[in-house]
Design a protein. Structure first.
Length: 326
């Protein structure tokens, strides 16, 4: 069985093709880069609409299949930016109707976990999902992916991106902050906010920007920002690992590319005798392959949807999804 998956929740329009054996046949994408500021949802949606046809065609050609060989269409039904979600959903509905094949909407966050489990060859991890739009500590329990901790305000990736933008660094900001931080030498005290099992990054961001205005070097502030923010994530992840007594730790999402965050989480996992895994970069970022694979898991476990049931769910929480394939 072959599924074509469409990812469209934020800046990336991705198309992936996978089969039921877990082979990723294609993974192609185009990424919207704003001229200034953060993501503009309507501009991103227009960008996705303009490039959808080309990306779909590229993926089919890369997979070496004909459209008639596609058995299922999957798409990111939520959570995400409304206009962008609707563009991806429309493309998926058109393909489903044209090919006369079933359609399945999947949860974007769950898809990050599932592609990580597949490509990282892990079975039952505590997942640290950190990106520009989400920050969650996730683990499977009693038929759902439970959120053991999450951000109370802005996501970790957004914190790093806004800091970069405010001090004049080009997009994408996260990697530029990482480069600055590697040259930092002095740790500056910043607000550390872990509240129970949840995290807060807005106060940390505000204070980091104030330090730059007061004359502290961007390198030292970036170093301190990363160390403080990542320590909060690791603390919550460690608590979740101890509570669940799982033996695997999975890091995914766009911020998973950060070497310092990997180092800190790997050290924590080793302290608990757990295996630490990060998927290849193309499967950490938003991508269509994760949608295709999760769509296959859902469909083969009994999920069915009519076209009128494919409305986007902009605030679809991870822990609202019944995981029928586990």
């Amino acid at each position: 069985m072959i599924c074509l998956g469409i990812e469209g929740t934020a800046h990336t329009f991705g198309v992936g093709i996978a089969d039921h054996r877990g082979r990723i046949l294609a993974n192609r994408w185009k990424t919207y880069v704003p001229e200034s500021g953060g993501i503009h949802p309507r501009e991103a949606a227009q960008f996705h609409a303009e490039h959808a046809g080309d990306v779909i065609q590229e993926a089919i050609e890369k997979a070496g299949i004909s459209p008639s060989e596609i058995d299922l269409i999957a798409f990111s039904q939520g959570p995400g930016l409304g206009p962008v979600l609707r563009t991806a959903a429309t493309a998926a509905r058109v393909l489903s109707a044209w090919l006369n094949v079933p359609i399945v909407g999947v949860n974007h966050c769950v898809a990050h976990v599932e592609i990580g489990r597949l490509t990282g060859k892990v079975k039952d991890p505590v997942t640290i999902y950190v990106s520009g739009g989400n920050t969650q500590i996730i683990a499977f329990n009693s038929g759902r992916y439970r959120v053991f901790g999450e951000t109370l305000d802005i996501p970790l990736g957004n914190c790093l991106d806004v800091f970069a933008r405010k001090i004049g660094l080009p997009h994408p900001g996260g990697p530029k902050v990482e480069e600055l931080a590697e040259r930092g030498r002095k740790y500056l005290r910043l607000p550390y906010a872990v509240k129970g099992m949840d995290m807060s990054f807005s106060g940390l961001l505000s204070e980091a920007l104030k330090l730059v205005k007061r004359g502290e070097t961007p390198e030292d502030v970036a170093y301190s920002l990363q160390e403080t923010a990542f320590a909060a994530v690791v603390e919550v992840a460690e608590r979740a690992l101890a509570h669940t007594e799982k033996s695997e730790v999975l890091l995914t999402g766009g911020v998973a590319a950060n070497r310092r965050l990997r180092e800190m989480l790997r050290s924590m996992a080793e302290d608990h005798g757990a295996r630490f895994t990060v998927p290849p970069d193309e499967f950490c970022q938003d991508n269509g392959a994760m949608i295709a694979w999760t769509g296959l898991l859902a469909y083969r476990s009994g999920w069915r949807q009519k076209l009128e049931e494919t409305q986007v769910r902009q605030r679809w929480r991870t822990d609202e999804v019944e995981i029928t394939w586990r």
